[in-house]
Structure formats: structure tokens, C-alpha cells
Write a protein that binds this ligand. Sequence first.
Ligand SMILES: [Zn+2]
Length: 95
Amino acid sequence: MSQKKLDKISKKQFREIVEYAVHYHFCYCYLCGEPILPGQHYNLDHVIPRSKGGPTEPSNLRPTHCNCNQAKADMMLHDFRRVQQYVLEEKSRSK
Ligand SMILES: [Zn+2]
């Protein structure tokens, strides 16, 4: 499928992708590793950001908490991990 076609998926198709991704990944936020509780709001993150050519399809989508997804924004995963690591180190230093 071309990138153009993927950008035009219907809302129904997108819903199916969301449900597939959430069930397939057992409702764990892939950014922080904490469970996404039933009824809790979640986002679907593009592992490879759309701005960097990542497709909107199950293999590239993972459920995340809304705030985790916002923190990652359009970073690549390895960049986000580096930021995460830095924040953790800063936190333990200020204790
Ligand atoms: Zn999270």
C-alpha cells in the first residue's frame, strides 16, 4: 500500500486498527510499561512518527497513555528513551 492510501483510511478502519493494537499489546503503555486500565484514555503512538514517514498501520502503532504520547511527540523511540533516561537521572540526583 502506498503512503497516500494509508493517509485515507476510514474512521471505521482506524477503529479496527486501534482495537487490534490495544488487544494485541495487552493494554500496556509501550512508553512507560504501566498498564492502561479499562476505561482509561489512551492514544495510539506512531512508533516511527508520521512526520518521518511512519505508516498508520498496526505494525507501527502502539497504545500509550495520553501524557506519555504527548511527551514523546514526534521523536523517534530511541531519542525518547534517551530523554526518559535523562529525566530519571535528573530526578535521582535532586533527591
Ligand atoms: Zn505510559
